[in-house]
Design a protein around this ligand. Structure first.
Ligand SMILES: Cc1cc2nc3c(=O)[nH]c(=O)nc-3n(C[C@H](O)[C@H](O)[C@H](O)COP(=O)(O)OP(=O)(O)OC[C@H]3O[C@@H](n4cnc5c(N)ncnc54)[C@H](O)[C@@H]3O)c2cc1C
Ligand code: SF4
Length: 328
């Protein structure tokens, strides 16, 4: 690993003062669960790391009855937070599924949302792919079993963050702090497709930090759940997963937000599924129809057509689970 300096920032102001403007030269470090691996594999060689674990690490109620989560909150703290579990069960369930107990004990909310993609070509220093400034996306004619089934490239990663998917489903807002102040960005606008920016997965600038996630108060009748499909129960990322946030009136879905994970370079909102559910009585049949609509536009690669079926199943089951129905 290349030598680097380390700033143990006491607070947000200190941390911001230590960042730079050139991408990957000065990097924030939370639990280091992703970043240290990237450094050991020579994928990034920062000259300086800035510890951001002393930024806000609290979970607090907002005046409107929502929750404000500091970026330094560890996944385990989120999992053990009674209000978070009661108000946003899908977010907590997805945090519970991340990696291993050790990773959840060290990993932070800010680090989870900003972790880099797991594409094996990206993670291997021998492959100078498009995302690293090269000329080729090796996944197109290569091993693309775990790659995207939505989005048109030119890079076909799937976004690696569990929490990001739940944040979109609950309509979260992110606070980003930078040298000229703070800005609020909706979770849906935070994550970026590769045709907008190949080299980063979100709008965060090198001299900015993600400091808070704000979740709005749950609407009356909100019922939500997540459903993950994994290759096996191990410390690996899911093949595909979905979060369903349904506003219910009795057994009728008044409105829905359905977001899929591990299927596209960003958390993928299934607008067609949401439309298919709105105004319908919740049943296995309506959930199944919505799930079919969710994958209608999928464009699988040469080796991942199976993911279409997996994503469809995840959406069906997330909807049924949110509605308190039996998931078979
Ligand atoms: C074996 C394994 C399995 C895993 N499985 C899953 C999984 O199933 N689902 C899932 O979602 N994740 C999974 N992860 C990823 C894990 O959740 C993340 O690596 C962890 O949450 C990152 O948190 P961290 O604080 O350690 O981040 P770090 O490694 O410290 O940072 C990650 C990235 O975020 C940036 N960053 C950190 N904090 C901030 C901030 N406040 N503002 C801006 N940028 C910031 C860093 O610069 C770095 O680029 C897995 C990881 C491993 C090793
Ligand atoms: S999918 Fe993206 S990260 Fe992976 S090889 Fe292609 S360009 Fe690189």
């Amino acid at each position: 690993m290349k030598a680097f300096s380390y700033v143990d920032a006491a607070n947000e102001k200190d941390a911001l003062a230590s960042l730079g403007t050139e991408r990957n030269q000065v990097l924030a470090i939370g639990g280091g669960m992703d970043l240290l691996g990237m450094m050991k594999d020579y994928l990034v060689q920062p000259v300086r790391l800035v510890n951001v674990k002393r930024l806000d690490a609290t979970i607090a109620r907002t005046p409107d009855g929502g929750l404000r989560i500091g970026s330094a909150v560890r996944l385990i703290d989120l999992i053990e937070h009674a209000d978070a579990r009661r108000m946003y069960p899908a977010l907590v369930e997805l945090a519970e599924q991340v990696g291993t107990p050790q990773i959840r004990n060290a990993g932070t909310v800010g680090g989870n949302l900003n972790q880099r993609p797991r594409c094996w070509y990206f993670r291997n220093e021998e492959f100078h792919c498009l995302k690293k400034g090269g000329a080729t996306c090796f996944s197109v004619n290569g091993e693309n079993q775990f790659h995207a089934i939505f989005g048109e490239g030119p890079c076909h990663i799937v976004h690696p963050s569990n929490l990001a998917v739940a944040c979109l489903a609950y309509g979260a807002t992110f606070r980003l702090a930078g040298p000229s102040g703070a800005r609020e960005v909706e979770a849906e606008q935070y994550f970026q497709m590769p045709d907008h920016n190949l080299y980063a997965e979100n709008v965060l600038q090198p001299n900015e930090l993600l400091t808070h996630v704000t979740l709005p108060a749950p609407m009356a009748g909100l019922k939500s759940a997540a459903y993950e499909v994994r290759f096996k129960q191990a410390h690996d990322w899911p093949l595909a997963f979905a979060t369903a946030a349904l506003v219910m009136e009795g057994q009728t879905v008044k409105s829905a937000r359905i977001v899929m994970g591990a299927v596209a370079p960003v958390p993928w909102r299934a607008n067609e599924a949401e439309r298919a559910l709105a105004g319908k009585t919740l049943s296995e049949e309506t959930a199944g129809r919505a799930a079919l609509a969710a994958v209608q536009g999928a464009q699988p690669m040469s080796r991942n057509a199976y993911k279409v079926r997996v994503a469809r199943t995840a959406v069906t089951r997330a909807i049924l689970k949110a509605g308190g129905m039996k998931v078979v």
